[in-house]
Every structure is written in C-alpha cells, then in structure tokens.
Design a protein around this ligand. Structure first.
Ligand SMILES: [Zn+2]
Length: 125
C-alpha cells in the first residue's frame, strides 16, 4: 500500500531548466510552484484558447490582470505593472504558459512553448 498523491510535473520549469535557466533562484521556483495553487483556487479565467494562443484573466495577489500569449507570432502582453513598465516576461505569462500546457497537451504545443521561452529568456523578470 502507498499513499496517493496528486502531483504533476510542471512543464515550464522543466523547459526552463533544459534551456539552461537555473531554477535555483527561489523567486523563479516560487512562481512556477504557484501554478497548482492558482489552478485550485480558481484564479484563472480563460477567455480564449486555441492552438498557439491563450488569453485569460489571472487573479493575482494585488489585482486582476488580463494576460495573453501568442506563441505563433511570439508576442505577449499583460496589464500588470511589471510588464507594462518594464516590458518584462512577468509571472503571469509564465503561469499562462503552464496553463496552456495543462489544457493542451500535445507534443507540438510543448514545442511552441519551448520556442517562445527560448526567444524571450533574456526578459524573464
Ligand atoms: Zn503580468
């Protein structure tokens, strides 16, 4: 007999590690780890989802942000201050990528996310 655990591997953290971005930084590890919490607390409201595109309202700790990622033309946008003023690839974008892979789970989707992160790895935070 064994204890039953509901545990899933976080896809974005695996991709980031493969791309050489260390998850040793506590901040990055925390953000990716927040995904399950956000999911279970109903903090994602998906507005649009199709191949290569996801748009959602993400209920953060300090407000609700409208976040979208287009994996086909490599663009992304979030209404949070972190993205608005610094053009950074913020926490909400990372959470949205994880959500995209959670909802769509085909190898071609994983490949799109990998390409996107590779392209934007310099502006994460
Ligand atoms: Zn954001």
């Amino acid at each position: 007999m064994a204890y039953v655990l509901a545990r899933r591997e976080l896809r974005t953290s695996k991709i980031l590690e493969e791309l050489g971005l260390s998850l040793e930084t506590k901040r990055l590890r925390d953000i990716v780890g927040h995904f399950t919490f956000y999911l279970n607390m109903g903090r994602f409201k998906v507005l649009r989802l199709r191949y290569g595109y996801i748009e959602a309202i993400v209920k953060g700790l300090h407000g609700e942000w409208r976040t979208k990622v287009n994996l086909l033309n490599q663009s992304f946008d979030c209404t949070c201050p972190h993205h608005k003023y610094r053009r950074a690839l913020c926490k909400h974008i990372l959470l949205l990528l994880e959500l995209y892979l959670f909802l769509r789970n085909e190898p071609k989707d994983v490949e799109l996310v990998r390409k996107f992160l590779q392209e934007h790895i310099e502006v994460i935070f």
